[in-house]
Design a protein around this ligand. Structure first.
Ligand SMILES: [Zn+2]
Length: 196
């Protein structure tokens, strides 16, 4: 007949405890006060040390918890931002470009995603210079040279062309490339005619 008792999880007594505390609050507090005064008269230095130690321990615990929460929140925000950029790839590129223009104090006219998508389609979503893969948004007249951020100054570009062209005047740079192409060049010139 041994071990016939089934162990059950302890019932949640937190409500009972709360209730008990409420009913005995006065008594508990006055006993604590009494103990405090006893300690204060018996060993005031020890008491102060004890208080300091507890305070520090609590502070450290609170700080650690706050640090962990902050780290988690910032990680979540980063993930959300990354997700948003993935879902709004072109819009996020346009926003970054506009920020850059603002930072460099260039003129800018906000570009609508739909209009930019039209430009992408016009260049068959390929690099406007070498017809390679579209990877980056390029300002034909570089922002670094005071070119404006607007639809008429934006073309799709591959990474390599974008970094090779950098702040050069676009035509001088393009004419010197082995992949120079009359038709694509004409397309860019037509686009630039829309500059304000
Ligand atoms: Zn290219």
């Amino acid at each position: 007949m041994a071990n016939l008792t089934i162990s059950r999880p302890a019932p949640d007594r937190s409500l009972e405890k709360k209730d008990w505390y409420q009913r005995n609050r006065e008594r508990i507090l006055s006993r604590a006060k009494e103990r405090y005064h006893q300690k204060l008269t018996a060993d005031p230095v020890g008491l102060r040390k004890e208080q300091h130690r507890r305070h520090n321990e609590n502070r450290q615990r609170i700080n650690a918890r706050q640090r962990a929460r902050r780290a988690l929140r910032s990680e979540q925000r980063k993930l959300e931002a990354r997700e948003w950029r993935r879902e709004n790839r072109e819009l996020s590129k346009l926003i970054s470009a506009q920020y850059k223009a603002k930072r460099l104090e260039c003129a800018f006219v906000p570009v609508a995603v739909e209009d930019w998508e039209n430009t992408l389609a016009a260049f068959s979503r390929a690099c406007a210079y070498c017809a390679g893969p579209y990877e980056q948004m390029d300002h034909v007249l570089p922002l670094e040279r005071g070119g404006p951020h607007c639809l008429a100054n934006l073309v799709p570009s591959c990474r390599r062309c974008n970094s090779s062209k950098h702040a050069h005047f676009w035509f001088d740079w393009y004419a010197a490339q082995t992949f120079f192409n009359q038709i694509r060049c004409g397309q860019i010139v037509t686009l630039l005619e829309g500059l304000p």
